[in-house]
Ligand binder design. Structure first.
Ligand code: HEC
Ligand code: HEC
Ligand code: HEC
Ligand code: HEC
Ligand code: HEC
Ligand code: HEC
Ligand code: HEC
Ligand code: HEC
Ligand code: HEC
Length: 426
């Protein structure tokens, strides 16, 4: 048993030693690590600490070329040995794509890895601008780094969901860098995407609710391509997650009119928690200014009013029944059936909020009616519980009174007997 372990240990040692000696000499790393200039030394440090490419057995020369066996700089940096120096602009894309667009090579390391990053990138605004000579845009290294590259599933990777927004904002929140770029309408390209996004329900769900399914920049804009796969146009992106809302909205009159779909009402980056107050033409209502209360014939304004009133009424009915049931439950009466029913009524309200996206009040009304019926039935049961409670209280009071009467009667009787006995003793 012991000898078995010993042999295993020796075999492991030999394997480790063999691997170490199999690693080719890397003069690039050795020399660069000792340089004073941080620009020349830091790639070596980053690469040695943590890098997915180093872990897969690659080295400096796999990206930069040159002769890693030569110890003198001139020989190591030999153009005849393929030394390319520091890649810039489109050279960076070519450097990474040499492997990442090579299906055969990638299959050996990661069989399920996509090999379309560079072709997708070419379709993005970044890629198109780079092709036209603008080196201000993002290349592979702006998002992944060049040295110290991590797996995208590594929480410290700059493209891990919780880090993406700051990675994009390195440029997109930098007004100086983004100066001069324009939207199609000629206005300056805004730089407040991150600030807006940080106020959103999505950012909140991702960072505070730890919900990694909530979108950050790349979920809506794509990792590499112009838009995420299957979305077609950026305006349709919301439906890739909120499918049922998109389905209802597709049947709405607004579908034909709105260029930006959901974004017209919810915005793109600063999506807020929706409320009934949004449904209207006054105050926080978002149906204005397209619909107005002044125009008595405006069916949009009337629809907003009708649906909001229905939502508020059902919500109030659920709240009232809730309070009633809680009171009865506190007194020890069994209410689990009623609690279940109230949850169903709340589901109806959620369903109605979804159905509202067809913007057709006659479709919402029956769902609200179902919910109201359930809440009303619970209310009846609750009232019955309250009466039972009062009946029990009254019953308790009566029996208490009866007991007191009996006790008093008994006491009087005892006293009478005592007095009689004293008299007869005398
Ligand atoms: C003996 C030291 C030495 C060796 C070996 C060496 N380098 Fe360098 N390297 C330098 C120095 C010093 C610089 C700074 C620029 C210069 O003096 O040419 C540099 C610069 C670079 C640059 C940046 C060039 C630029 O334009 O900014 C790259 C990339 C590079 N080396 C890659 C490599 C690779 C790959 C290898 C191995 C094949 C290697 N180096 C081997 C010393 C070395
Ligand atoms: C996965 C490919 C890859 C590997 C491996 C790699 N580099 Fe680089 N390196 C690049 C790219 C791309 C750039 C340009 C980065 C940029 O523009 O920010 C670069 C830039 C550099 C620079 C210039 C830095 C600067 O800020 O100007 C030096 C020096 C350098 N690399 C040295 C090395 C050394 C030494 C190694 C090995 C320890 C190495 N590289 C490994 C891709 C790589
Ligand atoms: C604008 C930022 C950005 C640019 C530019 C970019 N990437 Fe990515 N990359 C990402 C994001 C975001 C992910 C996805 C992370 C995730 O899945 O959570 C990703 C994922 C990857 C992956 C993992 C496999 C995959 O496709 O999901 C590889 C490999 C990769 N990128 C390589 C590249 C290469 C090569 C380039 C240059 C052609 C490049 N990236 C350009 C942001 C970028
Ligand atoms: C010599 C081939 C080669 C070159 C050049 C190369 N890569 Fe890689 N890269 C790989 C391999 C192999 C993997 C490992 C894939 C795996 O195991 O998931 C990898 C992994 C990655 C990953 C992690 C993917 C994941 O699954 O999480 C990223 C990101 C990445 N590379 C980006 C780059 C960038 C950016 C460049 C250019 C600066 C580059 N690579 C250049 C071969 C290469
Ligand atoms: C290295 C800087 C840099 C980084 C990092 C960067 N971008 Fe960009 N991006 C630019 C520049 C410059 C433009 C060009 C602006 C233009 O043409 O309107 C641009 C354009 C865009 C556009 C098109 C805007 C339009 O004109 O409608 C989108 C969308 C975009 N970037 C999203 C992202 C996302 C998402 C990320 C992160 C995953 C990101 N960018 C990372 C620099 C960057
Ligand atoms: C929930 C989806 C979503 C998220 C998350 C998102 N975007 Fe957008 N973004 C959009 C839509 C949709 C548009 C287009 C709106 C339009 O056409 O007016 C857009 C437009 C843009 C534009 C063009 C200029 C502008 O502001 O209209 C840039 C640049 C941009 N987004 C960058 C980012 C960055 C950076 C992040 C992360 C901080 C981000 N986006 C997060 C959906 C999203
Ligand atoms: C990558 C998936 C994804 C995309 C794309 C997406 N969302 Fe979301 N959205 C979520 C998740 C996850 C939540 C938080 C969980 C929840 O409340 O349902 C959420 C929450 C919301 C909420 C709040 C719901 C509530 O009841 O509080 C609204 C409104 C919303 N999203 C609208 C949009 C709009 C508009 C877009 C497009 C601009 C969009 N979403 C794009 C996944 C997504
Ligand atoms: C004409 C304006 C308008 C459009 C367009 C619109 N919504 Fe809404 N949305 C609202 C209003 C108003 C509410 C709030 C309803 C309430 O709480 O009474 C809401 C609520 C929501 C909610 C929260 C529902 C809940 O359970 O509380 C989500 C999620 C949502 N919308 C997603 C979307 C998506 C996805 C699209 C596009 C397919 C979209 N919306 C298009 C006006 C709109
Ligand atoms: C950006 C402008 C805009 C916004 C915001 C908007 N609508 Fe509309 N809506 C229109 C237009 C345009 C029509 C078609 C013309 C018409 O019939 O008034 C329309 C039609 C309608 C109709 C059908 C009217 C009919 O004649 O049958 C209803 C219902 C409706 N909207 C409800 C709403 C509600 C509810 C909201 C707010 C949650 C809202 N709309 C927000 C522009 C808008």
């Amino acid at each position: 048993m012991r000898r078995g372990l010993c042999v295993q240990f020796l075999v492991a040692l030999v394997l480790v030693a063999a691997r170490a000696s199999a690693q080719p000499a890397n003069s690039c790393l050795t020399c660069h690590a000792t340089q004073q200039d941080a620009r020349i030394a830091s790639p070596a440090a980053l690469f040695s600490q943590q890098d997915v490419h180093r872990e897969r057995g690659f080295a400096c020369a796999d990206c930069h070329g040159g002769n890693p066996a030569a110890t003198a700089k001139a020989q190591a940096h030999d153009a005849a040995k393929g030394y390319k120096g520091k890649p810039t602009g489109p050279q960076i894309i070519a450097t990474c794509a040499r492997c990442h667009s090579d299906a055969e090579l990638m299959r050996r390391f990661a069989p399920k890895q996509r090999v379309d990053q560079a072709t997708e990138y070419a379709t993005s605004v970044h890629g198109k601008r780079l092709a036209s000579g603008d080196t201000n845009v993002a290349t592979c290294v702006s998002c992944h780094g060049a040295h110290g590259i991590r797996l995208v599933s590594d929480a410290k990777s700059p493209v891990f969901p919780t880090n993406v927004a700051t990675t994009c904002a390195n440029c997109h929140a930098d007004a100086k860098r983004m100066a001069g770029y324009k939207l199609p309408d000629g206005s300056p390209l805004p730089t407040h995407q991150l600030a807006d996004y940080q106020t959103s329900v999505h950012y909140n769900a991702l960072t505070k609710g730890n919900d990694l399914s909530a979108p950050t920049c790349n979920d809506c804009h794509g990792n590499h391509g112009a838009v995420p796969p299957g979305v077609g146009a950026i305006a349709n992106v919301c439906g890739s997650c909120h499918a049922v809302f998109a389905e209802k909205f597709a049947t709405s009159v607004h579908k034909q009119i709105f260029d930006k779909g959901c974004v017209e009402c919810h915005s793109n980056h600063a999506v807020q928690k929706p409320s009934d107050a949004m449904l209207g033409v006054t105050g926080k209502g978002i149906c204005q200014p397209c619909h107005t209360a002044e125009d008595k014939g405006d069916k949009g304004a009337a629809a907003a009013e009708t649906m909001r009133t229905e939502f508020e009424q059902l919500k109030a009915a659920i709240d009232t029944s809730h309070a009633l049931i809680a009171r009865v439950k506190n007194a020890g009466i069994e209410v689990s059936d009623q609690e279940l029913a109230l949850r169903e009524a709340a589901t109806k309200l959620t369903l109605a909020h979804t159905e509202m996206h067809a913007f057709e009040p006659t479709l919402v009304a029956p769902i609200i009616a179902d919910g109201t019926k359930i809440a009303a039935a619970v209310d009846v049961a609750g009232q019955k519980g309250v009466s039972e409670l009062e009946f029990r209280r009254r019953g308790l009071a009566w029996s208490l009174a009866a007991i007191v009467l009996v006790v008093v009667g008994l006491a009087l009787k005892v006293r009478q007997i005592d007095q009689r006995r004293q008299k007869s003793d005398v």
